[in-house]
Write a protein that binds this ligand. Structure first.
Ligand code: SDX
Length: 425
């Protein structure tokens, strides 16, 4: 028998259907509640509200589980290639060898951007944040590839996945005043990006396989995370039937915030501040606990994970091996370790289930790879792009999908008459 839930309001009982997910998650369906009761529900920050049903990503915050289309993140990070994971998220299944080869070729051969788009970079100051450039350039792609026919989305999905790595690398080259490096058809996705980032015309550049492997894991770990702030933004914008590029650009802007994808940049700035200040870990843990102090421990805490973020577990190990293999000694890693150790023993953090999240160690690896701090959130966006696309496609292919339009409870002034300016004192 189908489960139901009962709500009693002003003595009237309302029976609501209950939806049970693959992993026995329970959701009370309130889609008819306002029509029958006249009341809405309220949930600031949507912490307790499901916006949709989805088949793409499963997270269990209590058990630290993260799966893409059923595959555990640990297995994908260890065995898969990022384009393979992108294909899985967008299409629902891991590609066959033939499908993978064709997909990889598409991502390679569509990597160049229109020569006219390079002129856009001339308008940005060299100090422009690369997230501003990324967001603007992704929206601008819609002017080169308008949606003209039904399967335009599939072509545009390939174009977007292929070109965003080029735009990201060019944003970096712009910031250091170096010439753009063209994508190379002989290079795989991660190697192609690294080549465009670090090659210079004056000498040959060979991509270090350690860097390529590290980037592959980082992009896979960031590829999707169910209804996080930026993915929900992509679904919100996509629900108005805005085009793919506009929807992704909105996701990039949402990710930029320091409470979300911008945290990886803030973590390194925080570790740097602690190091500059003589490494007083206890002082900064005390600041993070002090309600009168706006300082937070960036890279700590999560809306869903309440025991550990499985991605942080993988990145903590990866940070050590990547730095060892690169022969890099970064004092930030030691400070991060000490910060984690002190915080995890502190009642304040224990009571609030605050643990390192995906952003706590990722920046240390990016630094070791030679990627500058203000490019860290761009790297997050590169990884998250297939997840955003998968959710956008799922929403657009759902015949029951409607424009997202939440309600509110109004708490402003009651009705009042207009008073002419002469009579306002
Ligand atoms: C990402 O949603 C996703 O899935 C996101 C993400 C993804 O893959 O898309 O996982 C990526 O965005 C990871 C999170 C990166 N952000 C940060 O590292 C910024 C620092 N973290 C916090 O701002 C915070 O923990 C959030 C934003 C991550 C979660 O915020 P919530 O769920 O709204 O929690 P909250 O702010 O209500 O905090 C609960 C309590 C509060 O204290 P009390 O009011 O109960 O006394 O914990 C405290 C907060 O003050 N708290 C922190 C803290 N995080 C929460 N105190 C100090 N330092 C922190 N980092």
């Amino acid at each position: 028998m189908d489960k139901t839930a009962k709500v009693v309001l002003d003595g009237q009982e309302y029976e609501l259907p209950v939806v049970v997910g693959t992993e026995d998650e329970v959701g009370i369906d309130i889609s008819k509640f306002r029509g029958t009761s006249g009341a809405i529900t309220l949930d600031s920050g949507y912490a307790n509200t499901g916006s949709c049903k989805s088949e793409i990503c499963f997270i269990d915050g209590e058990k630290g589980i993260l799966r893409y289309r059923g595959y555990p993140i640990e297995q994908l990070a260890e065995h898969a290639k990022f384009p393979e994971v992108a294909y899985l998220l967008i299409n629902g299944e891991l590609p066959t060898a033939a499908q993978y080869e064709s997909f990889r070729q598409d991502l390679t051969y569509h990597s160049m951007i229109h020569e006219d788009m390079k002129k856009f970079f001339e308008g940005f100051r060299h100090t422009a944040h690369p997230m501003a450039i990324l967001s603007a350039m992704v929206t601008s792609l819609s002017s080169y590839y308008p949606e003209v026919d039904d399967d335009a989305d599939d072509h545009n999905i390939i174009r977007l996945l292929a070109k965003v790595k080029t735009v990201a690398a060019y944003a970096y080259k712009k910031s250091i005043g170096q010439p753009f490096v063209q994508p190379q058809n002989k290079l795989a996705y991660c190697a192609n990006f690294l080549h465009m980032m670090f090659a210079v015309p004056t000498e040959p550049y060979e991509v270090d396989p350690v860097l390529e492997d590290a980037l592959n894991v980082l992009l896979i770990l960031h590829a999707d995370h169910e209804q996080n702030c930026s993915t929900s933004t992509v679904r919100m914008v996509g629900s108005s039937q805005a085009n793919l590029y506009a929807s992704m650009s909105a996701g990039i802007s949402a990710l930029w915030g320091p409470l979300h994808g911008g945290a990886n940049q803030k973590v390194i700035e925080m570790l740097n501040m602690i190091q500059q200040d003589g490494g007083g870990i206890d002082k900064y843990v005390a600041k993070a606990k002090d309600k009168s102090d706006p300082f937070r421990l960036f890279g700590f805490g999560h809306r869903v994970y309440k025991n550990f973020d499985p991605r942080a577990t993988i990145l903590r190990k990866s940070a050590e091996s990547v730095l060892d293999r690169l022969g890099v000694h970064d004092p930030m890693l030691e400070i991060a370790r000490q910060l984690e150790e002190v915080a995890l023993k502190d009642e304040y953090f224990i009571e609030r289930n605050l643990y390192p999240n995906v952003d706590f160690y990722s920046g240390i690896i990016y630094r070791a790879m030679g990627i500058p701090t203000d490019m860290f959130t761009v790297m997050f966006a590169l990884g998250r792009l297939p997840g955003w696309i998968a959710h956008w496609k799922e929403l657009r292919n759902d015949p029951s999908s409607r424009i997202n339009r939440p309600r509110q409870i109004y708490t402003g002034a009651g009705e009042r008459d207009y008073v002419g300016i002469a009579d306002r004192g």
